[in-house]
Ligand binder design. Structure first.
Ligand code: G3P
Length: 219
């Protein structure tokens, strides 16, 4: 399973990319706001750090406006990084129209705010490169989010659908394990959760013990 980092925090992206585990980045307007940087500053830097798909979200509501915005975003990125630009489009009828047209222009899309297998199927039919089902937000309202990942993976497998599934709105490390067990293509994970994934108290205890023993025998 590929791991994308779900943040617009450049320091976190730099640090976690240096671990050699990051395949791509997803951002959204809320994450950009949290970073405290302007969208243009982020665009300029992010592509230099990670050589993989970088999702940038449009904020228009009409298909034609989404397409214009998408093209503007693509044009902001220097030629050598353009292959990595992925346009995040909301899961609406207008969004689907935009996805269809962007596919014709060979612009990659990531349909976001997916909360059901039916929405996933429609986004894939429209030609989405990626779809992002938000599992944590479903858990938040008392619906088992991972259930829709199971349904989507089964449907995509049945019909050999090439659209890749990005499990999004991940809230804890168990979500990541579940996503991987279900065969999801990608999990987009907030930095704090990646940091939890790397830790185990027995690893820390083990290192401490080895170091203490080494002190006693090193001479
Ligand atoms: O990638 C989507 C993700 O950013 C949404 O996460 O935690 O706002 O539901 P959350």
């Amino acid at each position: 399973m590929k791991i994308f980092i779900d943040t617009a925090d450049l320091d976190e992206i730099k640090e976690l990319a240096s671990w050699g585990i990051i395949d791509g980045v997803t951002t959204n307007p809320t994450l950009v706001k949290k970073s405290g940087l302007s969208f243009n500053d982020i665009i300029n830097e992010i592509f230099k750090i990670v050589d993989g798909p970088i999702s940038l979200e449009v904020v228009s509501e009409k298909a034609d406006d989404m397409i214009k915005e998408a093209k503007k975003l693509v044009s902001k990125v220097s030629d050598k990084f353009r292959k990595n630009v992925t346009i995040k489009i909301p899961m609406t009828p207008e969004g689907l129209k935009a996805v269809k047209k962007l596919k014709k222009e060979q612009i990659k899309t990531n349909v976001t705010l997916i909360f059901s297998a039916n929405q996933a199927l429609l986004a894939a039919k429209a030609g989405a490169t990626y779809i992002s089902p938000f599992i944590g937000r479903l858990d938040d309202i008392g619906q088992e989010g991972m259930q829709i990942i199971e349904e989507i993976m089964e449907i995509f497998y049945n019909y050999k659908i090439e659209t890749e599934v990005i499990v999004a709105s991940i809230r804890h490390p168990i979500h990541v394990i579940d996503a991987a067990r279900l065969g999801a293509d990608i999990a987009t994970i907030p930095p704090g959760i990646i940091r939890k994934m790397v830790k185990h108290s027995l690893t820390d205890i083990g290192i401490k013990k080895f170091l203490a023993d080494w002190e006693k025998v090193k001479k």
